[in-house]
Design a protein around this ligand. Structure first.
Ligand code: CMP
Length: 138
């Protein structure tokens, strides 16, 4: 059993499809063990995406992630990080496989509906941005 961190992004909250995304997460064998809907501040988004701060899309990404509410989540399951990445699909929805969240729902490479951690180490760091141990109930 391991954990990963997920964000349902503003393009998905705007279209009221958080339940549809959660159904795909649960069908993939992941359990939502913590979840909250928040409005990210500019500071939170900049800190969360700090690794991308030199990338040309950084400012647009921060604007997008603060453009509406997001749902931050902790997901638990066997091999949670790769399992969630498989159901999310690749970053660019134009290249995502059939049956993935991004193929089904994403609007663009930026408005790509969901974020998921890329390693166990980053999952722990990202979870700690938004949740304390007491918030996670498996
Ligand atoms: P995410 O998995 O949250 O990690 C970084 C985010 O930057 C990515 O999803 C996209 O929402 C966004 N992004 C925008 N443009 C690009 C790009 N050209 N390459 C990668 N990520 C991008």
């Amino acid at each position: 059993m391991s954990r990963t961190f997920s964000i349902i992004k503003p393009d998905a909250t705007r279209r009221n499809i958080t339940g549809a995304v959660n159904a795909m997460i649960e069908q993939a064998g992941l359990r939502i063990v913590a979840q909250k809907r928040i409005q990210m501040t500019k500071q939170q988004a900049e800190k969360f995406y700090e690794v991308h701060k030199e990338r040309p899309f950084f400012n647009d990404l921060v604007s997008f992630m603060t453009s509406g509410p997001v749902v931050v989540q902790v997901l638990e399951g066997d091999d949670a990080v790769p399992r969630y990445r498989a159901v999310m699909g690749v970053t660019n929805p134009a290249e995502a496989d059939e049956g993935t969240i991004r193929k089904q729902f994403a609007e663009s490479i930026e408005a790509n509906s969901v974020h998921g951690s890329d390693s166990d180490e980053n999952a722990a760091i990202e979870i700690a941005h938004f949740f304390g141990d007491d918030d996670i109930v498996g």
